[in-house]
Design a protein around this ligand. Structure first.
Ligand SMILES: CC(C)(COP(=O)(O)OP(=O)(O)OC[C@H]1O[C@@H](n2cnc3c(N)ncnc32)[C@H](O)[C@@H]1OP(=O)(O)O)[C@@H](O)C(=O)NCCC(=O)NCCS
Length: 170
């Protein structure tokens, strides 16, 4: 496993991101934030999502994913959009912030893209904190961006751009 995909929580838990082993089901991270109702086929949304399993101390506790988004027709205007889900018992232990920090740095090191972005519901305080602890910056509100079974929701958008990894303390 590449050292870039390994980190530690404040209490010493060893977090790694690794590819799923053939046919391995992703750990169940279902929550109120992914009750979508009927979903569009992937070909009509992100197209292709890469995924890695999140492990803590040798146990699979969740997954991260990313796909490319476009702000213009050239490579320099592409960004990675990331997402995460942890099992209930793994939440609140610092794993989410470590995993998203590792993923953001990995994507910047292994690709020419300069921007990693994430978004989360304005009520999802845990994910907002986890992203901020990972070094992401809140950019603003994406009004009425998401529809879930209980209605429409505003999201906060966050980014981690090339150079953020050099800021002291991260
Ligand atoms: C969101 C998620 C990835 C965050 O990962 P995590 O490992 O639980 O987060 P961390 O432990 O790194 O950090 C959570 C922070 O939020 C804080 N927090 C959690 N719930 C909170 C609440 N209701 N109010 C205020 N702060 C809260 C914690 O105290 C912690 O901050 P601290 O370290 O400063 O004390 C994880 O909880 C999860 O998978 N949740 C369910 C699915 C989900 O919401 N996915 C994201 C959809 S965008």
């Amino acid at each position: 496993m590449s050292a870039i995909l390994e980190g530690r929580t404040p209490t010493g838990g060893v977090v790694i991101l690794r590819p799923p082993i053939d046919g391995e089901p992703l750990p169940d991270s279902s929550s109120e934030y992914d009750e979508w109702g009927e979903k569009l086929p992937l070909s009509q949304t992100a197209g292709h999502i890469e995924r890695l399993v999140v492990e803590c101390d040798g146990i699979a506790v969740g997954h991260v994913g990313w796909h490319r988004v476009h702000y213009g027709p050239n490579l320099g205007s592409c960004a990675w959009n990331i997402g995460i889900g942890l099992t209930e018992s793994a939440q609140g232990r610092g794993i989410g912030s470590v995993a998203q920090g590792l993923l953001a740095r990995y994507l910047l090191v292994t690709s020419p893209l300069d921007r990693v972005e994430a978004s989360t519901d304005v009520t999802n305080i845990a994910e907002q904190r986890a992203l901020e602890k990972a070094g992401f910056t809140r950019e603003g509100v994406l009004r009425s961006a998401q529809q879930r079974v209980d209605g429409r929701h505003d999201l906060y958008s966050y980014s981690f751009v090339r150079g953020d990894e050099l800021r002291s303390g991260l």
